[in-house]
Design a binder for this molecule. Structure first.
Ligand SMILES: [Fe+2]
Length: 456
């Protein structure tokens, strides 16, 4: 970005905020909503409430949650609400369920905000004292134990805090892990025995932080994290429930990783970790992570050799990786992604096209990580998906026996749809298209939260 920039793709088209909160009942559906899907699909993203300029940073808009209630084969309602905690917190990055609570999350310090199932009440939540600062956006939940493992930190803090919450949401463990330069940490990895912490070269810039006080509301200088050529790229491995003294650090490929698809232990003691890697972020384009096209990579962390090796999986550009939540920390075959770029760009494509258009996603991409083979579902002319969620079919035995739920934006109508695909047959037409009364702006993350998870 240069000082002469006057337009900002993150304020245009379907990145633009919607102005108000609406509630609509009995949504029209094309096809048939599976009767097994009883719960809520919730999605969250930035939705700036006030005027912002061309230097608006995509990560700094107030959070807005969009929800679709499915029950007994019907789409009962759509609602969207600004996220507001007791002290005005407005997390915008992820929304998920744990311990019977719906939590809206943001990283770098803000506490989670609980959202009631009808989206009618919100409150700040500190884990009954277990959290001194917010989770990163991507805690990992072990499906077998229900435990939640998370990294928390405040921007610029000299340590990351690793915390464990039990299935009810009570804190059971914490460890403060020293780090230098104030790294940005967006995700982590969990295996059946270990935790992997990311310490990558995006760090707090004191130079930018010092001028933040004079910067415009929600401008790039209010987000003082920048690519740092002088910060090492490394991963830290510690046992589940381990202490800071037990962390072993390994040099990692020089890149930034927002999202880990999944990780698992191998018999030889190594860890397989699939990540979406960006060559750099916040070095050239400061308003969003759009320096380079992101790619799916398999990292092998080998403690015996002290190495991390990397293999790029295929030539598709993808982000928003998702795995069957039951396989978190366990061996997986399939990953589900939003293709990057409205047309689904390849890694060889012109990055300028990507930067100018903003971080827009495109087709659904399914990757068989045993071969790297990618298959796609294109939603039609002008129609692009946001982050997918995989929901296993009850009683499923195959890893891809289930549904893909995602919000699709249709540029020809400027409306959103909640689309349900058969995850095992991407060539087929959607099983259901739930027509939403408005558009859902491109944002960050969405999850299916079943009634069972909320004790309903
Ligand atoms: Fe994220």
């Amino acid at each position: 970005m240069t000082a002469t920039t006057t337009r900002n793709p993150y304020l245009e088209g379907n990145f633009a905020p919607v102005p108000d909160e609406v509630s609509t009942a009995d949504l029209p559906v094309t096809g048939q909503v599976p009767r097994e899907l009883n719960g809520r699909y919730l999605r969250i993203g930035p939705n700036p409430m006030g005027p912002v300029g061309a230097d608006y940073h995509w990560f700094l808009g107030e959070g807005m949650v969009h929800g679709v209630r499915l029950r007994d084969g019907r789409a009962e309602w759509y609602r969207n609400r600004f996220v507001r905690g007791d002290a005005g917190e407005t997390p915008n990055t992820n929304v998920l369920a744990h311990g019977g609570r719906i939590l809206a999350l943001v990283e770098a310090g803000g506490l989670p905000v609980t959202i009631a199932p009808e989206l009618d009440r919100m409150a700040t939540w500190d884990g009954d004292g277990a959290l001194r600062s917010g989770f990163t956006a991507h805690p990992k939940i072990d499906a077998a134990s229900g435990e939640l493992h998370a990294v928390t930190y405040r921007a610029g803090s000299p340590h990351l805090r690793y915390v464990v919450l039990d299935a009810a949401g009570q804190g059971t463990h914490s460890a403060d892990i020293p780090v230098a330069d104030g790294p940005m940490v967006h995700d982590m990895a969990l295996t059946e025995t270990r935790v992997v912490v990311l310490d990558l070269p995006v760090t707090l810039s004191m130079e930018v932080a010092l001028r933040a006080g004079k910067a415009a509301h929600q401008s790039v200088d209010r987000f003082p994290l920048r690519w740092n050529d002088n910060h090492p790229s490394r991963v830290g491995v510690l046992p589940r429930g381990g202490s800071a003294e037990q962390v072993r650090w390994f040099d990692a490929p020089r890149c930034y990783v927002f999202h880990v698809l999944n990780a698992f232990d191998n018999a030889d003691g190594s860890i397989t970790m699939d990540v979406v890697r960006h060559d750099t972020v916040f070095r050239d384009e400061l308003r969003a992570p759009a320096d380079a096209l992101p790619a799916l990579a398999r990292w092998t962390i080998d403690p015996a050799r002290g190495t991390v090796t990397e293999q790029i999986m295929n030539d598709h550009s993808v982000e928003f990786p998702r795995v069957d939540p039951a396989l978190t920390g366990r061996p997986h075959r399939y990953g589900w992604f939003a293709g990057v770029g409205a047309g689904g760009l390849l890694l060889s494509d012109d990055v300028d096209r990507f930067r100018d258009g903003g971080f827009e996603t495109g087709p659904l991409v399914k990757v068989d990580t045993t071969t790297g083979e990618a298959t796609t579902h294109h939603y039609g002319t002008g129609r692009v998906t946001m982050e997918p969620a995989f929901v296993p079919r009850p009683g499923a035995t195959a890893e891809d026996d289930g549904w893909i739920l995602s919000v699709v934006h249709d540029a020809t109508t400027d409306r959103g749809e909640l689309v349900v695909l058969d995850a095992g047959d991407l060539a087929a037409a959607p099983i259901a298209r739930v027509h939403l009364p408005r558009r859902v702006p491109f944002g960050f993350h969405g999850n299916w939260i079943s009634d069972t998870e909320l004790g309903e």
